[in-house]
Design a protein around this ligand. Structure first.
Ligand code: SF4
Length: 673
């Protein structure tokens, strides 16, 4: 009989961990959805042990967002394998990082096209009796002639396949080559790190090898998109020869699920894509059907964009009916349906002819046709908003999905069970509503919250009563002066510190005021450009090792607020100034109306405050990473004193939080040393 203990990699459980794993095991046994909110250090990745204990021959898929999360699960599974030597696990990461084939454009499109051409070639040669493509002279010659920048066939795929006679159905079918099978078997025994994979595959396709390995794996780790994007998910399960009902899902860092699902279901068109579409059409030959009619649509769309450019709003809703009327007015079309059909046909024919030339870039026509298709099909669905955004360089039209519940509920219904886990899934009830409203009321769904078992005496949780980022006070001199004073006093405690702001604008204005007063620490400011972020963070984190200390000024929800492990002296205090609510405008108002219709009064919290609260908890969560870490966590906005927000904080924070003001704060900081 499978016991949890048999699959648990450690000699003892951390406080509360056994209860969490039992709950997960129960869900794995009976099916349904489980949401787990478990703070850092509670041994979340061991939930996979609970699923293994009750998997009953089903496959486990762990969905992660980052390579470091993938590495965490690989380590956990390696440890379990010491107890259970027959355990098989594998992973799949995106094709952009796995694929060794050169060329430009979308790696998925390139792969789909070269696999199609390569498969046709292997079949054609197999029909002539040449079953091993690696030994076939014609194929070898084709590979030699393949242009590395514009590949038509894929030598890595060809080496990973062999043709075999399909005795039952007649004809040929492709199967993994012996080399591919051998390597997959090796990978299953001793997992190869993603950065070593290409080299280890030695001329074979890493994706094919890992797919082959994944078919035999008890646990497959893959990225969110493999699971959340319906098209990619269907293809994955086809490759694995599995039905979703045979799969137990474990979704890590689950507070991100809603955003990821909404992004996948949204589509954006920028003015550059429109220019590109115009150019694509102009450079096409005249023999494409209905080209003139399509060409006459572009000025109407440009005129619409130009009109929006004059708007004073950085983000606003646009009327899809007005958009349609405007582009139909001077066109040869009677309905948007005809427009969408012709655009889709044109996009498909361009895609096909480009692929034949080894060009896998996404054309402007395709972007425009995808946008028009989504606009036409969801423009009047209240779960989709039609909006525009502007920045200094570009203007974007977007059909944005604002409700992840239907997509996530489908995912839950299809799979045998799904466990969603995160360190910041507070309040669980709100996430349950946000993610699974569309599930039937009798669907088995439960939640589990683990207390923080790190020693209380190692932390200080404060809320300031006299500063805020609320719009009405944001520019007030007194408010800013107090923020500066808080930061100066915060700097009296030892070690590296972090201060997070709701926006770059506020970060820049407060930092300008405070920087000149910070003499004994190095100041680090989060750059807008991500290319400089890595080296800046490395320098910041290395300071304590050199006996120095610094202060990092960053943005909530930015590059330095999630997924980073600042242990020990690397970060001994975090202060979040303000509540990082999204800018209030008509779009936000429409989102709120939608959510209030769905959830009543609670909708306002779910749609508007919950994402901001999560960003704050993520930033503050960087400090206490191990039971030995000591640190100060500060909610720097008086709105955290409001019971409607405070009662939604994790329970340990609610119990420990102390109110301070600018007069009491210096002595509280002195006392912390
Ligand atoms: S088959 Fe493999 S190597 Fe070839 S394009 Fe696809 S992912 Fe890349």
């Amino acid at each position: 009989m499978n016991e949890l203990q048999d699959w648990f990699a450690y000699s003892s459980f951390r406080p509360g961990q056994k209860e969490m794993l039992n709950k997960a095991a129960e869900t794995a046994k009976h099916g349904g959805v489980l949401l787990i909110d478990a703070p850092t250090g509670s041994g979340k990745s061991s939930v996979v042990s609970a699923l293994l204990a009750e998997r009953n021959n089903r496959q486990i898929i762990v969905a992660v967002r980052t390579i470091s999360q993938l590495a965490t699960y690989m380590r956990e599974l390696e440890l379990i394998r010491k107890k259970q030597p027959d355990l098989k696990f594998s992973y799949l990461v995106g094709k952009s990082s796995m694929c060794p084939l050169g060329g430009f454009g979308d790696p998925y499109r390139k792969c789909e096209a070269v696999k199609g051409f390569s498969t046709a070639l292997i079949r054609e040669r197999a029909d002539r009796g040449s079953l091993d493509p690696t030994k076939d002279k014609v194929i070898v010659e084709q590979i030699r002639k393949n242009d590395p920048d514009h590949p038509i066939i894929c030598p890595f795929f060809i080496r990973s396949k062999t043709a075999i006679l399909n005795e039952k159905a007649g004809g040929m079918r492709l199967a993994p080559s012996d080399a591919c099978k051998r390597l997959a078997a090796r990978v299953i025994e001793r997992c190869i790190r993603p950065d070593m994979l290409r080299e280890a595959c030695d001329g074979l396709c890493p994706y094919e090898v890992m797919t082959q390995a994944s078919m035999q794996a008890d646990v497959l780790i893959c990225n969110y998109h493999h699971i959340m994007d319906e098209q990619i998910r269907n293809q994955l399960y086809l490759n694995l020869q599995k039905e979703p009902s045979e799969i137990l899902l474990l979704i890590d860092e689950a507070h991100n699920c809603g955003d990821v699902m909404q992004d996948i279901m949204s589509v954006t068109l920028d003015h550059r894509a429109l220019e590109q579409a115009d150019y694509d059409i102009t450079s096409l030959k005249r023999d494409v059907r209905d080209l003139e009619a399509i060409r006459r649509l572009i000025p109407g769309i440009k005129k619409f964009l130009d009109g929006l450019r004059r708007s004073t709003e950085a983000e606003d809703w646009f009327d899809p009916q007005l958009f349609s009327r405007m582009i139909l007015r001077e066109s040869l079309y009677g309905t948007m349906e005809e427009v969408v059909d012709d655009f889709m046909d044109l996009a498909e024919s361009i895609k096909e002819s480009n692929s034949k030339r080894g060009d896998y870039r996404t054309t402007g026509i395709e972007r425009l046709s995808a946008f028009l298709y989504r606009l036409h099909n969801s423009g009047t669905n209240p779960a989709y908003l039609t909006l525009f955004r502007k920045d200094s360089e570009n203007i974007y039209l977007e059909v944005r999905n604002i409700d992840p519940s239907p997509g996530l509920s489908t995912l839950a219904r299809e799979h045998f069970c799904s466990v969603y886990i995160s360190g910041t899934l507070t309040p669980l009830r709100s996430y349950q509503q946000l993610y699974f409203r569309a599930l039937p009321v009798d669907y088995p769904i439960s939640s589990f919250s683990l207390p923080n078992h790190f020693p209380k005496e190692n932390r200080l949780v404060l809320v300031t009563s006299d500063i805020t980022s609320a719009f009405s006070k944001r520019q007030s001199d007194d408010n800013i002066k107090r923020m500066v004073s808080y930061i100066r006093n915060f700097c009296t405690i030892p070690g590296n510190l972090g201060v997070w702001f709701p926006s770059y604008q506020m970060l820049e204005s407060v930092t300008r005021e405070v920087e000149m007063h910070l003499h004994d620490r190095e100041v680090f400011i989060e750059p807008r450009d991500s290319s400089e972020a890595g080296s800046l963070l490395t320098r910041f984190m290395s300071l304590p090792g050199k006996g120095k200390k610094g202060i990092l000024f960053a943005v909530c929800g930015g590059k330095f607020s999630e997924g980073l492990d600042y242990r020990g002296e690397m970060l001994t205090g975090a202060m979040v100034i303000g509540l990082p609510l999204a800018p209030w405008n008509q779009v936000r108002q429409m989102i709120l109306q939608y959510y209030t219709r769905q959830y009543g009064e609670e909708g306002r919290f779910i749609a508007y405050t919950l994402p901001a609260l999560n960003k704050v908890l993520q930033a503050l969560g960087r400090v206490l990473r191990t039971p030995e870490d000591r640190g100060v966590l500060i909610f720097g906005d008086n709105r955290f004193l409001d019971p409607s927000i405070q009662e939604r904080l994790p329970s340990w924070m609610q119990e420990e939080i102390h109110e301070v003001d600018i007069r009491s704060f210096p002595s509280v900081m002195q006392g912390w040393k």
